[in-house]
Design a protein around this ligand. Structure first.
Ligand SMILES: [Zn+2]
Ligand SMILES: [Zn+2]
Length: 340
């Protein structure tokens, strides 16, 4: 068994004995900034620029950036920079699977990075297309480099905006987690698309895209290369998914034109959500093929956006039974008709 040199073990991956799902146990994450004075988890507060750790990340103890993209307007200024998360959920250790009685556990090895945008007060929906495409380019460049690490199985890219969406710092930032395992929700998505492919010889997402394009009732926005629609069976009100129209398992292989079209549709959908739903907190994440992409040619990468329009209640948390109060057709109609 190959041992990773870094001994800075900070977390454990634990497998649920019944469901087979993995969780990350990272007690050191409790040290990250937390607003005790927050009265309601849905109340949106802005922390000031003065105390913001992302205005000058190195001054606030973040290491040297792994990537810096310069501003178009001012070459001395950074537009996007990627640093290691100061309170990472993953770190060093070994790849060995260990046991504690009937339980299975592993060290939480991996890389946890933060993609920081320059402007403290600019939410993603306020970015220009050029700024958005720089952010997407940063995702791709970091993905390509992290995917070369032998112990990485999956790279998760996500963005939390607002306290109720899990962002502990207001300053706009995305996160990249390079993991030694394939996360359960990605695995379920991959398994579902593989089963469909085995049965029909087709990509389940290509079939859905074709149908949604014809039916139009759940389509929110479309450009030359991408389409955004409300999923037929959604998990949450106003959930939106963005797909490349052409079958493609790996997001990191986007062409320059595809990056432009993807940035355009992501901006458009976020603007519509912000305007129609009153600037809600939101999460988005990319589902793409695992690093060993050769095995996943049936998969079709996409981005999922989840605006925060409610809290998960006991039923959802306890049973996985999801209740959604707005139909995808109504949600799509509202967002489609929102002028931006
Ligand atoms: Zn800031
Ligand atoms: Zn496809």
């Amino acid at each position: 068994m190959k041992i990773i040199k870094n001994n800075n073990k900070i977390s454990e991956l634990r497998k649920d004995l019944v469901s087979g799902n993995w969780v990350i146990i990272a007690p050191k994450r409790m040290q990250r900034p937390f607003r005790l004075k927050e009265t309601s988890p849905l109340k949106r507060l802005r922390n000031s620029i003065k105390n913001c750790p992302f205005e000058n990340p190195q001054l606030f103890g973040h290491g040297e950036p792994s990537l810096v993209l310069k501003s178009e307007k001012n070459k001395n200024q950074w537009a996007v920079q990627v640093v290691k998360n100061k309170y990472p959920a993953l770190g060093g250790g070994t790849q060995k699977t260990k046991h504690e009685g009937p339980y299975e556990l592993r060290d939480g090895i991996g890389i946890h990075e933060v993609v920081i945008l320059r402007d403290h007060n600019k939410n993603l929906y306020q970015l220009s297309n050029k700024e958005m495409s720089e952010l997407v380019r940063a995702y791709i460049l970091r993905y390509q480099e992290l995917s070369l690490l032998s112990y990485i199985a999956y790279i998760s890219i996500f963005h939390n905006s607002g306290l109720s969406a899990g962002a502990s710092i207001d300053h706009p930032h995305s996160q990249i987690m390079a993991l030694p395992i394939i996360p359960p929700n990605v695995e379920h998505s991959i398994r579902g698309s593989l089963n469909f492919h085995r049965k029909t010889g087709k990509c389940v997402h290509c079939v859905m895209i074709d149908f949604e394009k014809k039916s139009k009732k759940r389509v929110i926005f479309e450009n030359k290369k991408f389409i955004a629609f409300s999923p037929f069976a959604l998990n949450q009100a106003f959930e939106v998914r963005i797909f490349p129209k052409k079958h493609s398992p790996q997001f990191e292989f986007m062409s320059v034109e595809e990056i432009e079209c993807f940035s355009d549709i992501l901006s458009a959908v976020l603007k519509k959500i912000s305007k129609a739903l009153g600037d809600p907190d939101y999460n988005f994440f990319i589902h793409t093929a695992p690093v060993a992409a050769f095995y996943y040619t049936h998969y079709h990468w996409h981005l999922e956006i989840l605006p925060k329009k409610g809290i998960q209640a006991g039923l959802e948390l306890g049973t996985d039974v999801i209740m959604v109060s707005v139909s995808p057709e109504d949600a799509a109609k509202i967002l489609r008709n929102t002028k931006i």
